[in-house]
Design a protein around this ligand. Structure first.
Ligand code: PGA
Length: 272
């Protein structure tokens, strides 16, 4: 019988948002690497740091030779052109940035980014060869009204309009992040069961709209008030493949503890 063991590589992302000075970046990278160094050789997992765009070059330079990757917090809808204030995905590549976070709830709610705009950004990012963490999540009002799945489903449809994103080779470069808006920066995380329920819904949706193979391969990560105290329980859920961490990722010691606790439950018996 063929083994049904799922081999999705866990991924942990630190979203710095609009925090830290450029000169603080190298020390953070050095510390994180010192804390995770030995684990890299023993286990298979990915770590991303998403600093403000102004810090990418410095973070990339500090990361040279390390397995940690740098991610941008957004990107433009084209390689170049009259788009004041936007950042070209081609330039991100030039700065050794391989990942970009798109559709974060702060972009959606503070800056009114809609699914159609996020889809254009995703298309441009994928065309440029970047990997993308695409965020979805419901606000509290939707959850209370029992509309969580409806909202998630309508947000997932952006893959449809980001031409080509459904192609298996491209979709494998996408990580879906479930970030309930009511849990972001509030200290109130979704329970592991609540997270699992939505993650399973997302995987099911991918299975129906794309293919069962892609649904099995694509990673779905959780974000929203993740801390060292809850990362293990959340990562113990079978459809949770990683974590997108905001506030608690600003301290490399805390971020490393989140990763270690998460890996302990995800990879039982691993030497952590
Ligand atoms: P938080 O943010 O961990 O501070 O809740 C998560 C995110 O916005 O990605």
């Amino acid at each position: 019988m063929m083994s049904s063991v799922v081999t999705r590589v866990p991924v942990f992302a630190a979203n710095w948002k609009m925090n830290k000075l450029v000169r603080e970046a190298p020390e953070y990278v050095e510390r994180l690497n010192a804390l995770l160094g030995e684990l890299y050789s023993a286990l298979s997992f990915e770590v991303l740091i998403a600093p403000p765009a102004t810090h990418i070059q410095s973070v990339s330079a500090s990361l040279q030779g390390l397995p940690i990757k740098v991610a941008a917090q957004n990107c433009g809808t084209a390689r170049a052109g009259a788009f004041t204030g936007e950042i070209s995905p081609a330039v991100l590549k030039e700065l050794a940035c391989q990942w970009v976070i798109l559709g974060h709830s702060e972009r959606r709610h503070i800056f009114n980014e809609e699914d159609s705009l996020i889809a254009s950004r995703l298309r441009a990012a994928l065309e440029e060869g970047l990997n993308a963490v695409v965020c979805v999540g419901e606000v509290l009002q939707d959850r209370k009204a029992g509309k969580t799945f409806k909202v998630i489903e309508s947000q997932l449809a952006l893959f449809n309009s980001a031409k080509g994103a459904f192609q298996p080779s491209l979709l494998r470069r996408v990580v879906v992040a479930y970030e309930p808006v009511w849990a972001i920066g509030t200290g109130e995380n979704a329970t592991p069961q609540e997270a699992q329920e939505v993650h399973a819904f997302i995987r099911n949706w991918l299975s129906e709209k794309v293919s069962p193979e892609e649904a099995t391969a694509v990673r779905v990560v959780y974000g929203g008030s993740v801390k060292a105290e809850n990362s293990g329980q959340i990562m113990a859920q079978k459809d949770v493949d990683g974590l997108l961490v905001g506030g608690a990722s600003l301290d490399p010691n805390t971020f490393a503890a989140i990763i270690k606790n998460g890996l302990k439950t995800r990879l039982p018996g691993a030497p952590i």
